[in-house]
Write a protein that binds this ligand. Sequence first.
Ligand code: PMP
Length: 365
Amino acid sequence: MALPRPRPGILEITPYVGGKAKSASSKPVAKLSSNESPLGPSPKAIAAYRELAGELHRYPDGNATALRQAIGRRFNVDPDLVVCGAGSDELISLLIRAYAGPGDEVLYSRHGFLMYPIAALAAGAHPVAAPERNLTADVDALLAHVTSRTRLLFLANPNNPTGSYLPATELERLRAGLPEDVILVIDAAYAEYATAPDYASGLELARGTPNTVCLRTFSKLFGLAALRLGWMTAAPAIVDVINRVRGPFNVSAPALAAGVAALEDLEHQEQARAHNATWLPWLTREIQALGLTVHPSLGNFILIEFPSEPGHDAAAANAFLEAEGIIPREMGAYGLPGCLRLSIGREEENRRVVEALAAFVAGRR
Ligand code: PMP
């Protein structure tokens, strides 16, 4: 008897494993494994979410009208050119599903976000990784890997997990070098944290070209990861296509309400940004001072490289930190087994990280 078989490519997928939430340690847990906001969401977003409790029998607004308008005001984009999704993850999948299938290629940078190859394989398309230079996307290498089968190119800017970014001029060079029928998806999940003067989120390119998508999320600076809320903007033809393939009520009503309230709370956004602007450089400096390599990051996380000797390597550091109640993200799935990624936490969490790493480097417990 023939058993059901998935489509080609599906069994090549290594399932995405999220950051751990628990450690076996009896110490207080510092969950620094998923680049979440240590400040949590705006109290106004929590209130808006709670208010929805009386309306759970109602379907959400399938057009996300109020949220798209709030996004339009906050980010100066046309609300008609915004599509909301259940996390930017859903929009990544929808873009690939709508534009790529068997025989097509989805291009990304070697240490790009894991969902790009996963969503490509799920759609029956072929993921293609272009090499990087110094853990940074390389425009020339990306362009060299474009073929007549390339349909989309995904670039996280800043990138998770490396923290590196391409300046605005490089993004423009990439777009200009790509064939017009290739969609460039600039995944700007960490844009709100990016402070470099030559950084651009891709909103301008999405506005000014017919084939560029800018992808954003409420999971990071806005602190709403649990609600699953993301959005994208692009030219009308792309927006029209995604609206055809998305589910009619793909974003929940509590997420819509909390998203609007979060956007309106500029003070909370500023606090979250200021917190990161203080503690990202502090952690980077303190950990570098211990003799470890910390890659420069524009996000809300750092990538730490450990020596390769057993006992001093990333696996040993991970075990040591977990025993201290600190949970980093191991990077084997990203092809960086010598590294750990750590989110920027609350002040006391950041101080514990430095203390624990100092003890690890000194070989004490
Ligand atoms: N893109 C990048 C670069 C990310 O790091 C993440 C979250 N880890 C996402 C997209 C997905 O975010 P979400 O689905 O929560 O919006």
